[in-house]
Design a binder for this molecule. Sequence first.
Ligand code: ATP
Length: 247
Amino acid sequence: MTDASVKLDQVAFGYAETRVLFDVAVQPGVIAAIMGPSGAGKTTLLNLVAGFEKPESGRILIDGKDVSELAPSERPVSMVFQENNLFAHLNVEKNVGLGRSPSLHLTDSDRAIIRDALAQTGLTGKEKRLPSELSGGERQRVALARALVRDRPVLLLDEPFASLGPALRDDMLDLLAKLHAEKGMTLLFVTHQPEDARRIAEFMIFIEEGKVAATGPIDDFFGNGAPEAFRRYIGADESANLARKRT
Ligand SMILES: Nc1ncnc2c1ncn2[C@@H]1O[C@H](COP(=O)(O)OP(=O)(O)OP(=O)(O)O)[C@@H](O)[C@H]1O
């Protein structure tokens, strides 16, 4: 299984003062951007898919199977966060190795898979470094490499490059697009940057106040016909600017 559909079927959930209700589906192998104002519920959506939060009602289906009752480790999902993905006392190789075996009992074939993932993410030669000896971009590459060796069909990314500068962010987006082309996993990725969404995503999920306010092909969000709520969110000027850049 290299990819899988992700469906939130009338998923209701709440924290003390916040309610969300998500009803949305992402087709297998698609890169979907999740955008929306701060506090809208983007991370909550990923946490529900990953299993860090459980729906009060509704179902989460991955590849058509109901995973709502499964623990995070049992779900066919990997997640990369904005930061703090790595264990500070473990070197790069071991941080990636955790994706194969939580106790780091690695077979020869595990080691070969880890070597490949380090090569794919441009980390060859840095295997013995600790996270503190890496740049921010390199640390996120290690987190991506760990997700790759887990080989799950769904990859969730919560603003993974938000703390990086624009040039490095572009490099990381290119890397993500390359890995997606090779592996074909389904990718849900939260970003505040409209350019990042346009650069690699095919599908948009726009969230406002705990609900999916608009979805559709990414191009539909960057032209004159863009949904009103999305235009308001990114600002009319920027919307016009991005529409111009398309041509
Ligand atoms: N553990 C928690 N306990 C209580 N409320 C929470 C908790 N986590 C999130 N919330 C609240 O739920 C709402 C949605 O939060 P969430 O992190 O999903 O938003 P977001 O869209 O990812 O925001 P941002 O863009 O700022 O990261 C917010 O109002 C937040 O304050």
